[in-house]
Design a protein around this ligand. Structure first.
Ligand SMILES: Cc1cc2nc3c(=O)[nH]c(=O)nc-3n(C[C@H](O)[C@H](O)[C@H](O)COP(=O)(O)OP(=O)(O)OC[C@H]3O[C@@H](n4cnc5c(N)ncnc54)[C@H](O)[C@@H]3O)c2cc1C
Length: 353
């Protein structure tokens, strides 16, 4: 790559991986713009407010299992209202039998913020000083001259010309984006072939609030299905998160299994909620009156099933294209997605030296 000082890079997606890349580029000569299709940053590390309560409807917590992650979260980002979730993750099998969790995994700290996990993305964005152009879905790229890429949004707006582009969404969404683009590169077919190896599980998150404290096993913050045969994959208790819920309320987040999600993917809300509640009731006792409120999120691309090889993908990519995100991790993990963002930033910096 030629001298790229003060050149412009577009990061597509303000999830934690894209934001981590923006953060790592903050002191470089790159001018960084982040485009995000939704209203706020943090992607699948997502929180929403329901009835005045902050609820994590995507990732539940993150682990700091590498020195780079510890450095970022404990020393570089503001640590106010950073919490460790007390309690253990217990297991259950297909018959809803509860078992103690893995002592090793349970000994690792589970991190979050009092205001919800989306604080992580917000704080990385704020500390990188990057400009996030929200509610802007990038739909195509066109190579306008050797090594320059013009981006267009869903509403047909020209989003500018960039010397480099970092793709961060789940690989199936990157494929859509590239398919709709005008790319002369001979490499694009082999690149698409590699990206097509990526597969994601879909998942419904079912959120329910109750006007009483639900009983849960003592010292337990969540339940995890260990044989992958139950309709519920994960049942999290938001009231286990320090400082999150005052009073005698309970909020649960049930992440339904990929199989269950596929069978109810297009069902109406009434069916989704009643079927999900009947599965949840096999694990915990819920009041006969049912929940005070309920909400849901349907994640088309929740967790990757396989890891793509970043070296192979980079090798097949046009100059100036970079990639990160959990498609390169092979499992849904906030911390590991952040590390792919750091890795992408290193490649970008190495390319511009
Ligand atoms: C239900 C659920 C539970 C999970 N639980 C955990 C957990 O407990 N712990 C854990 O560590 N991990 C968990 N994960 C996984 C974790 O959330 C992800 O691995 C991580 O957040 C992925 O970050 P990312 O930056 O790679 O992708 P994303 O967060 O998906 O970021 C990509 C961003 O790109 C945006 N985007 C997509 N297409 C475009 C476009 N064309 N133009 C502009 N923007 C676009 C998206 O809106 C999104 O913000 C969970 C995930 C889900 C869905």
């Amino acid at each position: 790559m030629q001298d790229l000082k003060n050149q412009k890079i577009a990061i597509i997606g303000a999830g934690v991986s894209g934001l981590a890349a923006a953060w790592a580029l903050k002191d470089s000569d790159w001018e960084v713009s982040v485009f995000e299709k939704s209203r706020g940053p943090s992607g699948r590390a997502a929180t929403r407010t329901i009835n005045g309560v902050r609820v994590d409807h995507g990732a539940n917590y993150f682990k700091l299992n590498s020195p780079d992650l510890e450095e970022l979260v404990l020393r570089e980002l503001p640590s106010q209202d950073l919490i460790q979730i007390p309690g253990e993750v217990h297991l259950f099998d297909e018959n809803s039998e509860l078992l103690r969790g893995d002592p090793h995994l349970n000994s690792e700290a589970k991190w979050n913020y009092k205001n919800g996990i989306s604080e992580l993305g917000k704080r990385i964005a704020a500390c990188s000083g990057v400009k996030i152009i929200k509610e802007t879905r990038v739909t195509s790229l066109e190579e306008i001259s050797n090594g320059e890429w013009e981006l267009t949004s869903a509403d047909g707006n020209n989003l500018g010309v960039y010397d480099a582009v970092l793709f961060t969404p789940p690989a199936p969404q990157v494929i859509e984006l590239i398919s709709d683009s005008m790319i002369s590169s001979e490499l694009s077919e082999s690149l698409m072939e590699l990206l097509r190896e990526s597969e994601y599980h879909c998942q419904f998150s079912i959120l329910m609030g109750f006007d009483e404290r639900l009983d849960r096993p003592s010292d337990c913050c969540a339940l995890l299905n260990n044989d992958r045969k139950h309709a519920v994959s994960w049942l999290g208790f938001e009231d286990a998160k320090t400082g999150r819920i005052d009073g005698d309320f309970s909020v649960i987040v049930a992440q339904m299994s990929p199989q269950w999600t596929e069978s109810f993917y297009d069902s109406c809300d009434d069916i989704i909620f009643s079927e999900a509640l009947s599965e949840i009731s096999k694990l915990i006792e819920v009041p006969r009156t049912g929940p005070l409120w309920k909400d849901k999120q349907r994640w088309r691309y929740a967790h990757p099933k396989v890891a793509l090889d970043i070296e192979e993908v980079q090798e097949c990519s046009p100059e100036g294209w970079f990639f990160c995100g959990d498609a390169f991790v092979g499992r849904g993990r906030v911390g590991e997605a952040i590390l792919t963002g750091f890795d992408a930033a290193n490649r970008i910096l190495r390319g511009s030296m």
